[in-house]
Design a protein around this ligand. Structure first.
Ligand SMILES: NC(=O)c1ccc[n+]([C@@H]2O[C@H](COP(=O)([O-])OP(=O)(O)OC[C@H]3O[C@@H](n4cnc5c(N)ncnc54)[C@H](O)[C@@H]3O)[C@@H](O)[C@H]2O)c1
Length: 380
C-alpha cells in the first residue's frame, strides 16, 4: 500500500501546470512508496484557482497561502509563484513543518536564500529546488559520462539561453504574465530567470564556479508599469554575458538574452575535455552530441546519441527504445526523485543548500556587471 502525500500547490500559472502534470503522472510510470495526491491548489486569483482545480482535479482551493500552511491535511507545499514570494512562503512553510518543493531561482538574492536554507535545516523538512533541466535524460547522461571520467580533464564550458519575447518597446512591465520584467517581483532579468538554469547545470556537471566577470544591458530603459499605470525605469537585465573560471581550472562563457530574434528557448551547452566533447540543445532535447578523440581515425566524428534506450537515464520507465519523451517529463522525473529521496532518506538534489550556490553565482555576476570587475563567488 502506497503512502499518500498531500500536495498544496501555490500558483496556477505555467509552472503550476508542469508540476500538477508531474504529480498526476508519476505514480503511473514509477513504482514508488509514496503517491502524491492533488489536494489543494492555491492562487490569489480565485476564478483562476477554481478553473484550475476543475481542470486538474484538485480536491479543493485556497486563495490565501497562509491558510494552506495552517492545514493539517497538507504534507508538501509546492511554490510556483513569482520569485519575490519564494522566501516568505518557504520560510513559513518550513516553520509549519511542511516539506517544500520551490521553483527556481531559490530566491531574489543570496541573503534571502541563506534565510531559506537556515529555515529548512533548522526544521529538518525535505526540500528541493526545481532546476528541472538536470532531469532531461540526455542531460543526466552527460552527467554520467563526465562522472565516469570519459571526457578526461575538462577545459571549456559554454552555455547559452536565448529568447526573443521582450523586444517590443510597448510591452509593459509587472503583474500577471509580465512580472519577469519588473525587478521588484523578479529580482533580476535573464540572470535569475535563464542563466540560473545554465549555472545550476554547469555546477552540477563541472563543479563550483570560482570567479566571474560580466556585462549586462537593459535595451529598453522605460516601460509602462501594469501595477502603477505609470512609465517607470526598467531595472532588470535584458541581456547578460559572463566569463567564468571553475575551481577545476576550466574556463567558461555564458550568454543569455531575451533579444535574440528567432530564438524562443534555445538553451545549449558544450563541454570540451581532453578526450571527448559533449553538446546539448533544448530544441533537440532527446539527443546528446558526442565526440571521442579515441575513436578510430577514419570514422571519428560527432555522433548524435538518440537518448531513448532502456539503459539511458529514466528511459526504462517510459515507452520502448527509440520513442522520445519531452520537456514535461523532466518534471515527472523531479517528483519521482523527490519521492525516492523521502523513501531512501537520501534527499534529491538540488536541495535549498545546493541551489544557494547558483544564487551566489548570480549575485556575483550582477555585482561584476555593476562594478565592471572580476568577482570571486561568495559561497559562505
Ligand atoms: N523550472 C523552470 O524551467 C521554470 C520555468 C518557468 C518559471 N519558473 C519559475 O516558476 C515560478 C513561477 O513562474 P510561472 O512562469 O509559473 O509564473 P506565472 O505568472 O505563469 O504564474 C504565477 C502564478 O502565481 C500566482 N500568484 C502570484 N502571487 C500569488 C500569491 N501571493 N498567492 C498565490 N498565488 C499567487 C499568480 O496568480 C499566477 O497564477 C517563478 O519563480 C519562475 O522563475 C521555472
Amino acid at each position: 500500500m502506497k503512502k499518500k502525500l498531500n500536495i498544496g500547490l501555490i500558483g496556477c500559472g505555467f509552472m503550476g501546470r508542469t508540476h500538477s502534470n508531474a504529480y498526476r503522472k508519476v505514480s503511473n510510470f514509477f513504482d514508488l512508496d509514496y503517491k502524491p495526491v492533488l489536494k489543494t491548489i492555491c492562487d490569489r486569483n480565485e476564478e483562476k484557482a477554481k478553473k484550475f482545480a476543475d481542470q486538474w482535479d484538485f480536491e479543493s482551493i485556497e486563495t490565501d497561502w497562509r491558510k494552506l500552511l495552517e492545514r493539517d491535511d497538507i504534507d508538501v507545499i509546492d511554490i510556483c509563484t513569482p520569485n519575490n514570494l519564494h522566501a516568505e512562503m518557504a520560510i513559513a512553510a518550513a516553520e509549519a513543518g511542511k516539506m517544500i518543493i520551490c521553483e527556481k531561482p531559490l530566491a531574489m538574492n543570496t541573503a534571502e536564500g541563506k534565510a531559506m536554507v537556515d529555515a529548512v535545516e533548522k526544521t529538518n523538512v525535505a526540500n528541493l529546488v526545481s532546476y528541472n533541466y538536470r532531469r532531461i535524460p540526455a542531460v543526466t547522461l552527460a552527467k554520467n559520462l563526465i562522472d565516469q571520467g570519459k571526457l578526461g580533464k575538462i577545459y571549456h564550458y559554454r552555455a547559452n539561453f536565448l529568447q526573443d519575447w521582450t523586444i517590443a518597446t510597448d510591452l509593459p512591465q509587472g503583474g500577471d504574465g509580465l512580472w519577469r520584467l519588473d525587478a521588484k517581483e523578479a529580482g533580476s532579468g535573464v540572470t535569475g530567470d535563464l542563466l540560473a538554469h545554465c549555472i545550476d547545470t554547469a555546477i552540477w556537471l563541472n563543479g563550483p564556479i570560482k570567479e566571474v566577470t560580466a556585462m549586462t544591458e537593459t535595451f529598453v530603459k522605460e516601460r509602462q508599469s501594469v501595477t502603477s499605470g505609470k512609465v517607470e525605469p526598467v531595472k532588470i537585465d535584458d541581456a547578460c554575458a559572463f566569463l567564468a573560471r571553475f575551481e577545476n581550472g576550466s574556463l567558461a562563457i555564458f550568454e543569455s538574452t531575451r533579444y535574440a530574434r528567432g530564438h524562443k528557448a534555445l538553451y545549449t551547452f558544450e563541454i570540451n575535455g581532453q578526450n571527448a566533447s559533449i553538446a546539448w540543445d533544448l530544441h533537440d532535447l532527446h539527443r546528446l552530441s558526442w565526440f571521442d578523440h579515441r575513436d578510430e581515425g577514419q570514422t571519428r566524428g560527432w555522433r548524435s546519441i538518440h537518448v531513448t534506450d532502456g539503459e539511458h537515464p529514466y528511459m526504462d520507465k517510459w515507452w520502448v527504445p527509440g520513442l522520445a519523451i519531452g520537456y514535461e517529463h523532466s518534471f515527472v522525473h523531479q517528483v519521482a526523485d523527490f519521492l525516492e529521496g523521502l523513501a531512501t532518506g537520501t534527499p534529491a538534489a538540488p536541495t535549498f543548500r545546493d541551489a544557494l550556490m547558483t544564487q551566489a553565482v548570480c549575485d556575483a555576476v550582477l555585482s561584476s556587471a555593476k562594478n565592471k570587475t572580476w568577482e570571486t563567488v561568495q559561497y559562505e
